[in-house]
Design a binder for this molecule. Structure first.
Ligand code: SF4
Length: 435
């Protein structure tokens, strides 16, 4: 439902209780600045979303009488964690007090309250329902977990996926694997050749925040990978097996094992999409995987600009140009190419980034942008990469419209597409798509 009036700012009493301040309308943040949010860009907080209090931070709102921007001094600022398939258009607007703790690795989208409901400035960018909160039945997941653990009792990777990812971290992909459907995660690498500031699987001891999951501690064999991925590809609806998960380092460092696994998998079945989520650092390894039968690649990036990418990824022995080359390699093999684009309002929609993104799309023949919310403390991120001025901004919604108008063949989404979607009816061949 489109609202015609701005929602009120939310604040917390510091004990987890959240209230609306009817003296202030909620504002949004882009870069270092606060802005009014157009009424039509607010949507109800989707199911699966959460509200967070932001300790040591005061919310910035718009005075309902004067129209002036001012701080809310009634409590701490509040932000929303919006669920997968939705992209946030504005960050929560707040002022950070000295000694405020660094925020953990979640996304901090603006939030407001109106007519007994919570609203966020966001768009549903993906129709596929594979990570819909309502689609997970805990009893079925427990049964599926028990079945897989007994069916693959000697398989360390299935043990890791079921005991850690599914039952401890509640990873949506691992839960779907336990239910025998859609995208199955295949982590392989205990190491990485990048040092991302916001790495979700490894944070240096000197940092005050922790990684959201621990990194894999062993190197699976090709046989361990093949054992459970072949049945998944043969039996699951819209099957995908994806190397490169949040609980590991960089899968391209394990390319020989992955190549051996892909060759063996394709001896048993031609069904489904064999995908790799990667930092794209090793185009030669990507070439070897394409020769073996890799179908699609998703390269993660916080920017299409080298001078924004490298201070964040802090790469070892590779550079921005290598990730571009990896996309070109898969294109040249006729594979599907996506970027896992970390959306940060004020940075992603800056005019400079827009021009760089256009160039990346044209240079690589990119097929899809997965518009992902950037799970990071905004001040910490911009401080760490040394960005004090973001320049002219377009607005995330306008950026999406401009890119869509110029590149109508380029797909927008949030998840890796199945082969049925890549080769067939893109608008319907997905979980919940009716086909
Ligand atoms: S590429 Fe992935 S695993 Fe490596 S440091 Fe970055 S987020 Fe972490």
């Amino acid at each position: 439902m489109v609202i015609t009036k701005s929602p009120f700012l939310l604040y917390s009493d510091g004990n987890g209780n959240i209230f609306e301040d009817t003296g202030l309308y909620a504002a949004g943040r882009a870069g270092w600045d606060a802005f009014p949010v157009p009424a039509e860009e607010w949507i109800e907080l989707p199911d699966g979303g959460n509200l967070y209090e932001l300790p040591g931070r005061r919310g910035i709102g718009i005075d309902v009488t004067t129209g002036e921007m001012r701080l809310c001094d009634k409590g701490w600022a509040v932000a929303a964690f919006i669920p997968p398939a939705h992209t946030g258009l504005y960050l929560a607007a707040f002022e950070t007090l000295p000694d405020a703790p660094t925020l953990p690795l979640f996304c901090y989208t603006a939030a407001g309250w109106l007519n007994e409901k919570t609203y966020v400035p966001a768009v549903r960018i993906e129709k596929d329902i594979r990570q819909e909160n309502a689609g997970y039945d805990d009893q079925q997941i427990e049964r599926g977990t028990k079945h897989l653990l007994s069916a693959y009792s000697d398989n360390r990777l299935v043990k890791h996926l079921m005991e850690n990812c599914c039952m401890t971290y509640h990873c949506p992909a691992a839960r779907n694997f336990s239910l025998g459907r859609w995208e199955c995660p295949v982590p392989t690498s205990p190491a990485c050749n990048a040092n991302c500031i916001g790495c979700i699987s490894f944070q240096p001891v000197e940092e005050t925040i922790v990684s959201t999951q621990d990194r894999l501690t062993f190197k699976p064999t090709a046989q361990e990978i093949v054992e459970f991925t072949v049945p998944h590809l043969m039996e699951a609806p819209f099957p995908i097996v994806s190397f490169g998960q949040g609980c590991e380092g960089e899968p391209l460092l394990m390319w020989e094992t992955i190549r051996e696994a892909i060759l063996e998998i394709r001896k048993h079945t031609g069904r489904g999409n064999i995908n790799i989520n990667t930092n794209g650092s090793k185009p030669d390894a990507v070439k070897a995987l394409c020769e073996a039968g890799l179908n699609s690649i998703r390269v993660s990036t916080n920017s299409a600009r080298k001078h924004i990418y490298e201070p964040y990824y802090r790469p070892n022995n590779y550079q921005f140009e290598d990730i571009v080359e990896s996309l070109k390699v898969v294109r040249d093999f006729g594979g599907w190419t996506s970027i896992n684009y970390f959306v940060f309002p004020g940075m992603t929609d800056s005019v400079e980034e827009y021009e760089a993104l256009r160039k990346l799309i044209m240079d690589t023949g990119l097929r899809m942008i997965q518009w992902r919310n950037f799970n990071i403390d905004p001040d910490w991120y911009m401080g760490k990469i040394g960005v004090h001025e973001t320049g002219e901004m377009l607005g995330v919604k306008q950026l999406m419209d401009l890119i869509h108008d110029e590149f109508p063949q380029l797909r927008f989404g949030y998840f890796n597409p199945s082969m049925e979607r890549i080769k067939g009816d893109f608008e319907h061949n997905f979980a919940g798509g009716g086909n």
